[in-house]
Design a protein around this ligand. Structure first.
Ligand code: AMP
Length: 600
């Protein structure tokens, strides 16, 4: 069975498979190699990808995008609060988990981010299956290097809901490094810096590549920095300009905001090749048109802080890797936003005017690397991928809370994975029976500043003076960067192993199972819709062919009239029912009526 690599992006997604000794990027049914990560709900359909994106200005409350910005985050996360203000659809608070209400099939439905991401993943799976002509279940999904444990686990849950067997996860810049390394076939050792700036996330990774061996030295980034932020700056700029010019505030007008965002994104892209771009929207609000424009210089000025932040991350990652910038052999650009000239200019200058590598396609490199990695996972040693070795690192330190609520780092960031570390804990009081262990990730000294991963209690510690009750805690991080923690009571040897509790934002096993069932229902409904639209087309074809053939046959006037009237009736019926959920039985009955008349 084939395996695939999926780049699940904030803005676009891409799928690839390793076949006949090479990676192939798979085009969707419209012939495009990237698919917008959009899902739209209409009265009787669920659309994913290009068709969904086309709905963004007309059906904005039910057209969902940028869901990667919600995945694995809590509702009160400041970035969730800021993002949702500018979106056309709503996000609600369900026990501090962000959820998305939509109207579908005349009913209100509430989805979690994992379910929506699952729909995008399933679309990519279907694209691959159509191309490969086989069922695909095994997949590697990519995640930003800087995704934390909750975001990784939530992405894996999305894969499960989509009916995928997630055989591994790979960091996006690492996947791009694999694509670069395989393409370039570096014979001698090279230090490569991957600069990955996409729609929603930013990562910098430094990889040592030699042949098919990839050793990540350090990674750094920001899970909330990318092209969508640059669009938002433009949106904010034009909101205030429109207010000044016409006294109209569009901040709460979701439709106007959506229409404005679409033109701002277009203007941003234009500014990568021109120095000026028009920004125009007819009747934006209060009957006023927006007739404006923006220069490249102004765009750069609005986003200067963001651009500078990317360079700061490059500097910090270099420091973490212990590699001097002079010893970086190649700087590789990945992600759509690396087309912005100012970003290239800043990077070039920083690397003393070294030529930046654009040899790999910035939109496809991540999926390419993921497919190669997926192949290496299932085939092991093979002639093509012989000697493939990949060693990644964790982006954030993992630790346990100490008694003064400080972060006791157990596994420092940039440690090579997979990794295992034991930590010994002692009781703090005489005859202490239980111990509560709180696990965090992050770089700050106090745990309250870091990200809480989960807590568990180990009980049944035999009575003993303080410091003599002992518990061993095992921290294990697998090759996908996912953490498991177990605790073992040492004195009794009682190995009551406890796996870390899922943190509050995560889905429970039961919820995932329920969502898998719901996804199955959607799948069935989509299949029914497909069959129905096929049957409608077949009936339309048949009606037209009867109309054409009538002139070639000897028929009486009455026969002609009755056939013609049936054909007209059917075509009219099809026309008015184009958007309505027509029952298959009705379609079959109509076809039979015409067939009978024709055969008679
Ligand atoms: P990715 O996540 O890699 O698909 O990148 C998508 C982001 O790249 C979106 O925010 C796009 O607006 C942005 N993008 C694509 N082409 C360009 C361009 N020519 N100039 C600036 N940004 C672009």
């Amino acid at each position: 069975m084939p395996t695939i690599g999926i780049d699940l992006g904030t803005t676009n997604s891409c799928v690839a498979a390793f076949r006949n000794g090479r990676v192939e990027i798979i085009a969707n049914d419209r012939g495009n190699r990237v698919t917008p990560s959009y899902v739209s709900f209409t009265m009787d359909e669920r659309l994913v990808g290009e068709a969904a994106k086309e709905d963004v200005t007309s059906n904005y409350t039910n057209t969902l995008c940028q869901i990667k910005r919600l995945i694995g985050r809590t509702y009160d996360d400041p970035s969730v609060q800021a993002d949702t203000k500018l979106w056309g659809f709503s996000v609600i608070d369900d026990d501090n988990k962000p959820k998305i209400p939509v109207i579908h099939s005349y009913k209100s439905n509430i989805f979690c981010p994992e379910q929506i991401s699952a729909m995008v993943l399933e679309e990519m799976k279907n694209t691959a299956e159509a191309f490969l002509g086989e069922t695909v279940t095994d997949a590697v999904i990519t995640v930003p290097a800087y995704f934390n444990d909750a975001q990784r686990k939530a992405t894996r849950d999305a894969g499960e809901i989509a009916g995928l067997n997630v055989i591994g996860m790979i960091n996006e810049p690492t996947a791009a490094a694999v694509a670069y390394g395989l393409d370039r076939q570096c014979k001698s050792e090279r230090n490569v810096l991957i600069f990955d700036l996409g729609g929603g996330t930013f990562d910098v990774t430094i990889v040592e590549i030699k042949g098919r061996k990839f050793f990540v030295k350090a990674t750094g980034g920001d899970t909330h920095l990318g092209g969508e932020d640059f669009d938002n700056k433009l949106v904010e700029h034009f909101i205030s300009e429109f207010k000044q010019q016409h006294g109209e505030n569009i901040s709460d007008n979701k439709r106007a905001l959506n229409r404005l965002r679409v033109v701002c994104e277009e203007a941003k892209r234009k500014l990568s090749s021109s120095t000026q771009a028009k920004v125009q929207v007819d009747a934006l609000q209060g009957g006023y048109d927006l007739r404006s424009g923006i220069s490249r210089a102004k765009f750069e000025n609005l986003n200067f802080d963001y651009f500078k932040r990317t360079l700061d991350t490059v500097k910090n990652t270099l420091t973490d890797s212990g590699i001097e910038k002079e010893n970086i052999d190649d700087v590789v650009l990945v992600g759509g936003s690396t087309r912005i000239p100012k970003i290239r200019e800043m990077l070039e200058k920083f690397f003393d005017y070294m030529e930046l590598k654009r040899t790999i396609n910035p939109d496809e490199a991540v999926a390419y690397g993921a497919a190669a990695y997926a192949f290496s996972l299932v085939t092991g040693k093979d002639t093509v991928m012989e000697e493939f070795v990949l060693q990644d690192v964790i982006p954030l330190s993992i630790g346990i809370e100490n008694k003064s609520r400080e972060m006791g780092v157990i596994i420092p960031r940039n440690t090579t994975i997979p990794t295992k570390k034991w930590n010994n804990r002692q009781t703090l009081k005489d005859n202490q029976e239980k111990m509560i262990l709180k696990i965090f990730e992050g770089e700050r000294a106090l745990t309250k500043e870091n990200h809480f991963l989960g807590a568990f209690t180990i009980s049944g510690i035999p009575p003993a003076p303080r410091k003599e009750g002992k518990v061993r805690v095992l921290f294990e991080i697998n090759a996908s960067g996912i953490l498991h923690v177990k605790a073992i009571e040492k004195i009794t040897g009682n190995s009551s192993e406890i796996t870390i509790a899922r943190d509050k934002g995560r889905l429970s096993e039961r919820e995932i199972k329920q969502m898998v069932r719901e996804a199955e229902k959607f799948r069935q409904k989509d299949e029914e819709l497909k069959q129905r639209s096929k049957a409608m087309n077949a009936l339309e074809d048949f009606a037209y062919s009867v109309k054409d053939k009538m002139s070639q046959k000897y028929l009486t006037t009455r026969q002609k009239e009755s056939l013609m009237s049936k054909v007209t009736e059917i075509l009219h019926w099809l026309d008015i029912n184009k958007k309505e959920p027509v029952e298959m039985s009705h379609l079959e009955a109509k076809k039979k009526e015409l067939e009978q008349l024709w055969n008679d």
